[in-house]
Design a protein around this ligand. Structure first.
Ligand SMILES: Nc1nc2c(ncn2[C@@H]2O[C@H](COP(=O)(O)OP(=O)(O)OP(=O)(O)O)[C@@H](O)[C@H]2O)c(=O)[nH]1
Ligand SMILES: [Mg+2]
Length: 224
């Protein structure tokens, strides 16, 4: 696939106070990829850093939530292929082009990246590991799917499928919901990647957010 036309592939990244992470991510994004930052009105140096980056378009989405940020980003992109990842440098930007090519070559609609492919030291605490296992197993049982990582934030997919798989959640549960809907409706693949320790301060509370995601799984089961 020719990735020279920037508009074709856009990396959409939600950020909330990620000044340290985003600096690192910016150094590693391939030039062929468009970049859309959906910022939750950060009060550290994130906005300044994004505004200085010529490759990046910036949207400020004041409404709270990871899912809300993606909904806004998905509405605003004109790209045919969307790539997502956190702004904390934990995901492998160098894999973007290979994954887009895989999407095209294998005529897939949606790729989700499995962080357990190669989990670098320090990238996931034991409580997060356990939480991930429980959430992924529950999702697999409830929805008859076979994911290895239901919480990964790196996806590569065709924009045109959004009408069939758009999640309702505004929060962190957006991530599991988009995968569940995708695996039920379109041609999907889960691909192992390397996952690194995040740069910058952790904001999630593993226990509270994990439990919330678990409840959301049961609620979603009643809907689809
Ligand atoms: N715009 C926006 N971005 C958000 C919001 N909440 C989180 N984010 C961003 O969404 C991405 C995912 O959040 P993280 O805190 O990294 O979640 P996580 O990967 O499960 O947790 P870590 O293990 O700490 O990295 C990061 O780039 C955050 O900055 C929000 O309310 N609005
Ligand atoms: Mg993260």
């Amino acid at each position: 696939m020719n990735l020279n036309k920037r508009a074709e592939v856009e990396l959409i990244m939600p950020t909330l106070n990620e000044e340290k992470g985003i600096k690192e991510v910016f150094k590693r994004i391939p030039e062929t990829v468009g970049l859309l930052i959906v910022d939750g009105n950060s009060n550290d140096g994130t906005l300044e850093i994004v505004r200085k980056n010529k490759q990046a378009r910036l949207i400020i989405e004041k409404r709270k939530g990871y899912g809300r940020a993606y909904k806004t980003g998905f509405e605003k992109t004109k790209a045919e292929i969307i790539v997502t990842m956190d702004g904390d440098a934990s995901y492998p930007t160098e894999e973007i082009e290979r994954l887009v090519e895989m999407l095209e070559r294998e005529k897939l609609d949606f790729i989700t990246c499995n962080r357990f492919g190669k989990l670098e030291e320090g990238s996931m605490s034991r409580i997060n590991l356990l939480g991930n296992m429980i959430l992924t197993m529950t999702a697999n049982v409830l929805f008859s799917i076979n994911l290895k990582d239901s919480q990964s934030g790196m996806w590569v997919f065709r924009k045109k499928i959004l009408k069939d798989i758009m999640p309702e959640s505004d929060g962190m549960a957006f991530s599991q919901e988009i995968k569940i809907r995708a695996f039920k409706k379109v041609k999907c693949k889960e691909v192992p990647i390397t996952y690194s320790e995040r740069i910058g301060r952790k904001k999630l509370n593993a226990f509270r957010d994990g439990l919330k995601n678990l409840m959301e799984l049961f609620k979603l089961r009643l809907k689809i």
